[in-house]
Design a protein around this ligand. Structure first.
Ligand SMILES: [Zn+2]
Ligand SMILES: [Zn+2]
Length: 535
């Protein structure tokens, strides 16, 4: 089995893995890269494989960082089946069409600018037609039911408890007369999250591909989140200002409404404070949540059985049109505004921030992960001034960060989930995390469970062989052109030669030692590249 880490390696977006074994080539997740422009350039790179050659694609869940590049693949010739759970299928319909629309708008905007300044016209990353074609390829999958997309590859989806319909995926295959297994955690949920079930427990695989978003920290518990949200609301309400909540349209927006529903039923939501769900995508996603109550946890099902609708509030207003959205900020007075995108890098939320960030007494409540390079990350990091639509905006609003809403397992929860795997021969690859979080988690997995851990690198190719040395190559694309490494050899004072000798020595050691040494070398490599690019 050969795996190529096409994304979510050393970062949290662009989840995608290319898998090749037993005469088949397939992919697991196909997500969009998000964050700074450097990261987003990866979406446009020409793949090193031909999408026509892929036999099928497995999707863990609907989030755009796991599905958002599918239409690009279809545009480039992929026409095989895409497997996903039923709620994922419905959510993907909303998300991919929305994403295509954004891509079309961005290209149109760039081309309008190009026309004025001269230069090369661009094509959108993909179009609505590509998204429609993608949707026609999706085949629904049921949790716990093993299926064989091609002969010899058995696939099982189980509830990952991250968002509605989310799954972790077990793949079993035969190689050299042995049955081997891989487990992709996808995004791992957490116990006692609103709406979804707790993550299922899985059978120990030979290879675990584990997400590590919160590898270096824990979350606060959900009951505090309720109080923290109530505090933010009180703060803005007492100043007659707005509470702006940037939230991912899928799952997080519904969790926030559900929480407000709970606050309202406890009499803690002011009756004269309207709540706007200002995201057409979130409004449509809420309909999908209502359509699949069977995927919700017991608490939510009980509520529904009592005749209560957890996604309803006395003051809830849906704003579908742009005019209605604009009117929110033209109306003075306290209100709660839930809008997307969750990391403030696009969408209506930017307008709400431009209108409210500079207002003392207003509140901005962050309820999700903010990736490096996003506007959200700057605000959470305490920036006093930010740029929105080319204008400087001072930050006078109070910034609240509520960690308890996270759909990702925190450090302790990841470790608890891994503790169910009893076989220490299992090899772990850390994905979907930033380097700092991954280093901490890697150390803990080695220390607590005596596991061999490897932190995957972008475009890294690894040949998986049981009981054998990990064979890993860095993709040629990563070699930086224009950097002359020759001086390192000349001026290293023997250090380089010493390094070569050490690599030779480590080659004969155990898998764990080799992985450990390789990780340290890669870290040195990263530091060197960063230093050299500053020269
Ligand atoms: Zn996710
Ligand atoms: Zn993700």
């Amino acid at each position: 089995m050969k795996i190529t880490f096409l994304g979510a390696a050393g970062t949290v977006t662009g989840s995608s893995y290319l898998l090749e074994c037993c005469g088949t080539k397939f992919m697991l997740d196909c997500g969009l890269f998000q964050g700074n422009s450097e990261m987003e350039k990866r979406n446009f790179r020409t793949p090193s494989y031909d999408p026509k050659d892929l036999d099928f694609i497995l999707i863990t869940h609907a989030h755009i960082d796991h599905t958002g590049l599918l239409p690009r693949l279809v545009q480039k010739g992929f026409s095989g089946p895409i497997y996903a759970s039923e709620p994922t299928l419905d959510l993907m319909e909303i998300m991919l069409l929305d994403s295509a629309h954004i891509q079309e708008m961005e290209a149109e905007w760039a081309n309008r600018k190009t026309k004025r300044t001269g230069g090369k016209m661009v094509n959108p990353l993909y179009t609505s037609i590509d998204a429609e074609s993608t949707l026609s390829l999706i085949r629904p999958v049921t949790y716990e039911k093993t299926f064989e997309p091609v002969q010899g590859v058995r696939v099982t989806y189980r509830d990952a408890g991250h968002i509605l319909g989310s799954a972790f995926i077990r793949i079993e295959y035969e190689e050299d007369g042995k049955t081997l297994s891989m487990l992709f955690s996808g995004d791992l949920g957490r116990p006692d999250q609103l709406i979804v079930n707790n993550p299922s427990i899985a059978k120990t695989p030979d290879y675990l591909f584990l997400e590590s978003t919160y590898g270096n920290r824990d979350h606060k518990d959900e009951s505090n989140s309720l109080d923290e949200l109530a505090n933010a609301i009180d703060y803005a309400y007492s100043h007659g200002e707005k509470v702006v909540i940037p939230a991912f349209a899928v799952e997080r927006s519904q969790q926030i409404i559900y929480t407000l529903h709970l606050l309202a039923s406890q009499g803690r939501l002011p009756a004269d404070m309207p709540v706007y769900l200002d995201s057409p995508m979130a409004i449509r996603a809420t309909e999908v949540f209502k359509k699949h109550p069977g995927y919700a946890d017991k608490a939510m099902q009980d509520l529904i059985a009592k005749g209560e609708n957890p996604f309803d509030l006395p003051n809830l207003r849906y704003t579908l049109s742009t005019e209605d959205s604009k009117a929110i900020n033209e109306t003075p007075g306290a209100a709660v505004v839930i809008s997307a995108s969750g990391m403030c890098n696009a969408g209506r939320i930017k307008h709400h921030l431009r209108h409210n960030l500079w207002r003392p007494g207003a509140a901005v409540v962050f309820v999700g992960y903010q990736a490096m390079g996003t506007l959200g990350r700057k605000l959470v990091g305490g920036s006093g001034m930010v740029r929105i639509f080319g204008e400087e905006v001072a930050v006078a609003a109070k910034i609240f960060t509520i960690g308890g809403f996270s759909g990702h397992a925190g450090q302790k929860e990841i470790l608890d989930w891994v503790s169910h795997f009893k076989d220490t021969r299992m090899k772990v690859f850390l994905v979907h995390g930033e380097p700092k979080a991954q280093r901490v988690l890697s150390g803990l997995l080695k220390e607590k469970f005596d596991l061999a851990v490897h932190i995957a690198d972008y475009l890294e190719e690894v040949v998986l062989e049981p009981d054998a040395i990990i064979e890993s190559t860095q993709h040629p694309e990563l070699a930086r052109p224009g950097v002359d490494w020759g001086f390192l050899l000349k001026d290293s004072g023997g250090l380089y030669e010493e390094l070569i000798r050490r690599v030779e020595r480590v080659k004969g050691r155990s898998w764990e030692e080799q992985v450990d040494f390789r990780d340290r070398l890669l870290e040195v490599n990263r530091l060197m590249v960063a230093l050299i690019s500053e020269m």
